[in-house]
Design a protein around this ligand. Structure first.
Ligand SMILES: Cc1ncc(COP(=O)(O)O)c(C=O)c1O
Length: 511
């Protein structure tokens, strides 16, 4: 059976779609006769038996049945198109009702650009502020303590911090190795302004931070200086959840704390009456899929006062003069929202948050963790006939202090890693959406894949004159990424089962 017919097993009517997908992506899939037929594996009896074993091992799953109902209604398009979607850390899927609710509002209301005194503008301003309040309510954050600044995404929130945090010589920017590039990027502002930048390593195989290293890093804060400590609530590479207890610990040692919550909040509760980070960045599409283009920075008012914007723009000032060459920045959140906010999309954020509340974030968490636990169990147990593992897992091998991000590489019987991009393409053939690459998290990738500092430094030698092709030559022979699966609120056992079967097709297989 060819790989195409494997895909056809899932969605019999969609050969044309697969062909079109290949054509559009310019992908040259291997129509390889070496792909073993997995048809037998998909027999209902085996799924049923595996499901029963799964339910015994993860009894909490039964309490999440509501999500199966939603999968059949709100996310029916997944099964209509035969998709196995396992890229929730990339972006969540929206429920159909979120779209309907938003479209109904826009269809029935006349909204103008906010922040004026005409009727349609007032109506929109009211909605924007209502959404702002709802974000605080969702995260249980007091409006006395926190303010919400709307941004295009998490990256927009992080850039606001980078450009506005008053870094100066003697100051510190401390961050863990496993940060997203948008958090890493803040180091360029810190460096430019003369602050010291320090990374706290993560250690394989779990890719957690060693306590001693953490203590050493936090010990760097200099009294009387600005010290910013950034870490992800959940690593988007390894799934590791670093302790939220670090927030108060670091603050007690003189740090302002930036909690990158982008991949944490989609399936975990963040209660800002219990935890008090100084800055939190969020992309809403990662929680409920729609709308894209809206995120926020939740900032503690006392610390937000420190931020100095390096410019001003329309929307951020109360008064500006060309003749006097000066301006008054609007106090509070408005001073950080450049230009016109994505106002028509903002009501959809409130609908999205309410949708999540009707399900319950703890229920979503339970579902994701049951599926993640089983997925890891199955993947790490896979063996070639010679006893060698089929999968190399990066990150914790159980559900303790981790989230639903499962990062692996597939290893052939001779111990050679199969390029994650190739595996991703083969998964496409089976209509399974995984994500290959470094996931904008180079630090975790470097530790996980065992890159050395010399190897990495070599990549940047003669940076200005080296072409991308020459750069690829420098890292020749190294697999540069890994394959990420991340279940979410609409994931079912059957989705995970199909991924496990796909992984199993690599047993004893040479490409
Ligand atoms: C942990 C983490 N932080 C930040 C970001 C940046 O999010 P965005 O691309 O929506 O700005 C991502 C995106 O994947 C992420 O996973």
């Amino acid at each position: 059976m060819s790989s195409t017919s494997l895909a056809a097993f899932y969605v019999e009517e969609d050969d044309a779609l697969i062909g079109e997908f290949k054509r559009l992506k310019g992908i040259n899939f291997m129509e390889s006769p070496t792909i073993p037929s997995t048809k037998a594996r998909y027999c209902p009896e085996r799924i049923d038996a595996e499901f029963e074993m799964f339910r015994k091992a993860y009894p909490d799953y039964d309490s999440t049945h509501k999500l199966d109902e939603l999968r059949a209604t709100e996310y029916a398009r997944l099964d209509r198109h035969g998709h196995v979607y396992l890229d929730y850390t990339g972006g969540a899927l929206y429920a159909q009702s979120q779209l309907h609710e938003h479209m109904a509002l826009l269809t029935d209301t006349v909204f103008g650009n906010p922040h004026s005194k005409n009727l349609t503008s007032i109506a929109m301003t009211h909605r924007v502020e209502q959404t702002r309040d709802y974000v605080l309510k969702y995260f249980n954050a007091s409006s006395d303590e926190y303010t919400v600044i709307f941004t295009p995404n998490s990256t927009g929130a992080l850039k606001l911090i980078g450009e506005s945090y008053p870094f100066a010589p003697g100051d510190n920017y401390l961050l863990t190795f496993d940060n997203h590039n948008s958090v890493n990027g803040i180091r360029e502002f810190a460096r430019l302004k003369g602050a010291a930048v320090t990374y706290i390593p993560v250690t394989p195989p779990d890719l957690r931070v060693d306590n001693e290293q953490l203590e050493r890093g936090l010990g760097l804060a200099r009294p009387g200086h600005n010290n910013l400590f950034a870490y992800p609530g959940q690593s988007n590479f390894s799934g590791v959840q670093h302790p939220l207890e670090w927030i108060a610990l670091a603050q007690a040692k003189g740090w302002d704390v930036l909690l990158d919550a982008a991949s944490f909040v989609p399936s975990n509760r963040l209660d800002l009456s219990e935890w008090h980070p100084d800055f939190v960045d969020i992309s809403f599409y990662k929680i409920f899929g729609y709308p894209t283009g809206v995120g926020c920075l939740i900032a503690r008012k006392t610390v937000a006062k420190k931020l100095h914007r390096p410019w001003y723009s329309g929307g951020t000032i109360t008064f500006s003069s060309v003749l006097a060459f000066d301006h008054y920045l609007t106090p509070g959140h408005a001073g950080f929202e450049d230009g016109t906010v994505n106002y028509l999309s903002l009501p959809a954020v409130e609908f999205g948050l309410k949708y999540i509340e009707t399900i319950g974030i703890d229920l979503i968490h339970a579902r994701v963790m049951c599926l993640t636990g089983w997925l890891i169990d199955q993947l790490v147990a896979l063996r070639h006939s010679n006893g060698a593992p089929v999968v190399r897992l990066y990150g914790p091998s159980n559900t303790d202090r981790r989230g639903g991000t499962v990062q692996v590489n597939i290893i052939d019987p001779d111990g050679r890693m199969i390029d994650s991009n190739v595996v991703e393409q083969m998964a496409n053939e089976e209509r399974i959406s995984l994500r290959a690459g470094c996931h904008c998290n180079p630090g975790a990738r470097e530790v996980a894949l065992g890159f050395t500092e010399e190897e990495m430094v070599a990549c940047f030698r003669d940076k200005d004159s080296v072409s991308f092709e020459q750069f690829l030559h420098v890292i020749d022979g190294k697999t540069t990424g890994a394959l990420r699966a991340s279940p979410g609120l609409a994931t079912t056992f059957s989705d995970i089962y199909k991924y496990v079967q796909f992984a199993e097709s690599f047993v004893d297989r040479h490409l």
